[in-house]
Design a protein around this ligand. Structure first.
Ligand SMILES: [Zn+2]
Length: 286
């Protein structure tokens, strides 16, 4: 072949060669990222196995998490299991898993009901529920008003219509309201017949009679006991504990709302349910 046709042929093939080189480079990059991913997974597996076979294997167990709906590992991070026994997949803690276990077992198909959650700190319920809404409490704001896109609801003055909600959820909220009698009656009002208030609260089993820790007086908050705070997803990050609930809690709820309340308790490490003050309460509207 003479030089001219040979150069022409090479010229025609150059773009093809360029594309092949680019594809080769991109395959190399993909291979490298797969290698890194594989190494990361191998390191994770090694860490899990060393935990499983280490002397502290009681700190880790496998099981099913009702929050992320996966088989997972539960890890004990400290002595207060209520906050320190976490799902390694979704970071849920026992009371959250127990609440979703109660929903899954006592309210089959709850995902398709009208669900409202007051003051959620995560998306554990919303991710499974087709008709879910949530709200937070903002001091001095009317219920139903949006604050930076977040709906405000005051449990003592809900803006919802009578009998409009199937499942009303509160998780560790009731120990922070000043008038739980009014809040319980309000929730009963907005529940549909057959609906339920499903909630957690740290009921102190060693306290026989429920007592307020603080009340609202003409000059503001009056402290009846030493100030105590829990974490809060809004505001200054802390919520004042206003009530200590004790053995008479279900009877009080009946007097306040007219609803019968059942306390569910369970210890089941295969579902990551263990720890202190783990009851889930269900107040049903007949
Ligand atoms: Zn989980």
């Amino acid at each position: 072949m003479t030089l001219r046709p040979l150069l022409k042929q090479i010229g025609l093939k150059l773009p093809v060669l360029g594309r092949v080189v680019r594809e080769r480079d991109s395959c190399r990059e993909e291979l490298q990222s797969l290698r890194l991913e594989f190494l990361r997974m191998a390191a994770e597996r090694e860490a899990f196995e060393s935990l499983l076979h280490s002397p502290s294997s009681e700190q880790l167990n496998s099981g099913y998490c009702h929050c992320c709906r996966q088989h997972t590992f539960f890890r004990i991070l400290g002595p207060w299991l209520r906050d320190e026994y976490v799902c390694l997949n979704c970071c849920s803690i026992p009371r959250q898993r127990h609440l979703q276990y109660v929903l899954d077992t006592q309210f089959k198909g709850w995902e398709d009901l009208v669900v409202h959650e007051s003051s959620p700190t995560n998306d554990f319920l919303s991710r499974w529920c087709t008709n879910y809404s949530s709200s937070q409490y903002f001091d001095g704001v009317d219920s139903g008003t949006l604050v930076e896109g977040i709906q405000c609801q005051n449990l003592e003055r809900l803006s919802f219509a009578d009998e409009s909600i199937d499942i009303f959820i509160t998780q560790d909220v009731f120990e922070h309201v000043f008038h739980p009698d009014v809040a319980a009656a309000e929730i009963a009002r907005v529940l549909k017949p057959g609906g339920a208030h499903v909630f957690t609260v740290p009921r102190l089993y060693w306290v026989p009679t429920s007592e307020p820790r603080a009340k609202l007086g003409p000059g503001g908050i009056e402290y009846l006991k030493e100030e105590s705070y829990h974490g809060n997803p809004v505001g200054d990050g802390r919520a004042l504990v206003t009530w200590d609930y004790g053995s008479d809690f279900e009877a009080l709820l009946k007097a306040w709302s007219g609803l019968e309340t059942t306390a569910y308790d369970s210890v089941d490490r295969s579902r990551g349910i263990d720890g202190e003050l783990r009851e889930v309460f269900v107040s049903r509207k007949v």
